[in-house]
Design a protein around this ligand. Structure first.
Ligand code: FAD
Length: 449
């Protein structure tokens, strides 16, 4: 794109799998005025560095690598002729959907009729953990190691300890082993892995890499380069390390795989209300945020295990954004570029759009046993045919029931599960036939044993 437009019906921020699927679906819904903005030099997002297979089993019925999965969408996107700005970073979104973008074309403002947030997530860094020790070389996140190895052909080290058993850490344990490194151990604070079971089996057990549950790193050692770490077991309840039982493991590299956090700075700047559990926006079943016309999908909304779910969710966000544009009589907003503000009539919310305090919204609460649930709200005036709740259990459960109850405690739907673990996002589908008359109050999702 040679000229940056001043107003666009739908702007999608992020060219990863969420942004690409959203753009294609918006076009399928008949919208032509779409702009996707991506800060990287290429489309595909984080999948470009995920060269292992395991992507696309649900969406395409095939096992693809990350770049292959991304390529299917980016090829379709390019063929569809949807407008795109690469190497362009969205710096700010105002509540009334005026974006500030920095790109090779300069700094510009774009007024959007609707916005889809698809900025993905980032890794928790070492600073967030506060491990004592020197700040020597050799301590990096698992995602950074993945990028160095898979995109730049650089080995981050030869003897490795991985802190945290998230999926990226598990995948990197296998990848580094295949490249000749010795992975001494994967160390996990919790008494269970925080990654998918299939990754524990295929990436650790198949390569005889020890998984030390209920352990943590209490100190890093080394002046210029890491020479080892001290581990300690943790108390099962308090999770405090037992410093009487420490042990030293020699290693030149410590990888951190201790969680992903939605990229939520833009959302916050736009005044979007965030959920403290997912750390992404609170949304209703149409994936609309607390700001009218701003939708969210993919890892910026909640961290997903499978990219297939990201693509499906993004398609839902696109359908909702197009419906919003069709339903509102608002003309495409005209920004006053001197102030970055829109004329006042554009600030009014169309009826029925989600604000947290609106009585038309039914909150879905995360009850006992549930760490987080998405969506967090249902618009009472638009009960969907089928509602799919995505949730994470707070701990491991065997032979448990997921129960959705209304505000009076009446059971709406119950589903039996053999195993539930925080490492695997679970889903509950509620068909229209199970919807009771939606009354005041709230619904609550819980795990009952
Ligand atoms: C380091 C890392 C490694 C991962 N490895 C695996 C794996 O091996 N296997 C697996 O199944 N899943 C993996 N995941 C999960 C994976 O991210 C998701 O399955 C999927 O890629 C999420 O898609 P997304 O489009 O929501 O986010 P992303 O793929 O992260 O795409 C978001 C895009 O938004 C762009 N962006 C962000 N902010 C802005 C802005 N302000 N302006 C413009 N553009 C912006 C980014 O550059 C990026 O291209 C990994 C995640 C991370 C963070």
């Amino acid at each position: 794109m040679k000229v940056m437009p001043e107003k666009v019906s739908l702007v999608i921020i992020g060219g990863g799998p969420a942004g690409l699927a959203a753009a294609l679906e918006a076009q399928r819904q008949g919208l032509t005025d779409i702009l996707l903005i991506e800060r990287d030099q290429q489309l595909g997002g984080i999948l470009n560095q995920c060269i292992h297979t395991g992507f696309g089993l649900h969406y395409f019925g095939e096992e693809l690598s990350g770049p292959e999965y991304a390529d299917r969408f980016s090829t379709a996107f390019t063929t569809a002729g949807i407008a795109c700005l690469l190497e362009s970073h969205v710096l700010e979104i105002t509540p009334d959907r005026v974006l500030t973008v920095i790109s090779p074309l300069g700094i510009r403002k774009i007024a959007a009729g609707a916005v889809i947030l698809a900025m993905g997530c980032r890794e928790r860094p070492r600073g967030a953990l506060g491990i004592p020790g020197t700040r020597c070389a050799g301590v990096l996140t698992a995602g950074m190691a993945q990028r160095l190895l898979n995109l730049q052909g650089m080995m981050p080290g030869q003897s490795i300890v991985i802190l945290g058993s998230g999926d990226i850490g598990l995948i990197m344990a296998r990848r580094l082993t295949l490249e000749g490194a010795k992975v001494e151990a994967v160390v996990e604070l919790m008494p269970y892995s925080s990654g998918l079971t299939r990754n524990v089996v295929q990436c650790l057990q198949d390569y005889e890499i020890p998984l030390l549950l209920s352990h943590t790193v209490v100190e890093t050692h080394g002046r210029e380069r890491l020479i080892g770490v001290t581990l300690a077991p943790v108390h099962p309840q308090s999770r405090k390390p037992d410093l009487a039982q420490t042990r030293f493991i020699a290693c030149d590299t410590l990888l951190l795989s201790v969680g992903l956090i939605p990229e939520n700075e833009l959302s916050l700047g736009a005044g979007v209300v965030l959920d403290p559990a997912t750390r992404g926006p609170r949304v209703d079943q149409r994936l609309g945020t607390s700001q009218p016309g701003i939708f969210a999908c993919g890892n910026v909304l909640h961290v997903h295990d499978l990219v297939d779910d990201v693509s499906r969710e993004a398609e839902q966000a696109a359908r909702s954004a197009v419906a919003f544009l069709n339903e509102t009589d608002l003309p495409a907003p005209q920004a006053d570029f001197s102030t970055g503000r829109l004329p006042d009539q554009h600030l009014a919310a169309p009826a029925g759009w989600p604000f947290p305090e609106q009585p038309s919204l039914l909150p879905i609460l995360a009850g006992p046993g549930i760490r987080s649930v998405v969506p967090q709200l249902i618009s009472r005036d638009r009960i969907p045919e089928t509602l799919r709740l995505a949730f994470r259990p707070a701990r491991v459960y065997r032979s448990a029931s997921i129960c959705l109850r209304d505000g009076q405690g009446q059971l709406i739907i119950k589903s039996q599960r053999r195993i539930l673990t925080p490492g695997e996002e679970a889903r509950l589908t509620i068909p229209a036939s199970h919807w009771p008359a939606v009354t005041a109050g709230h619904w609550q999702l819980s795990i009952e044993v």
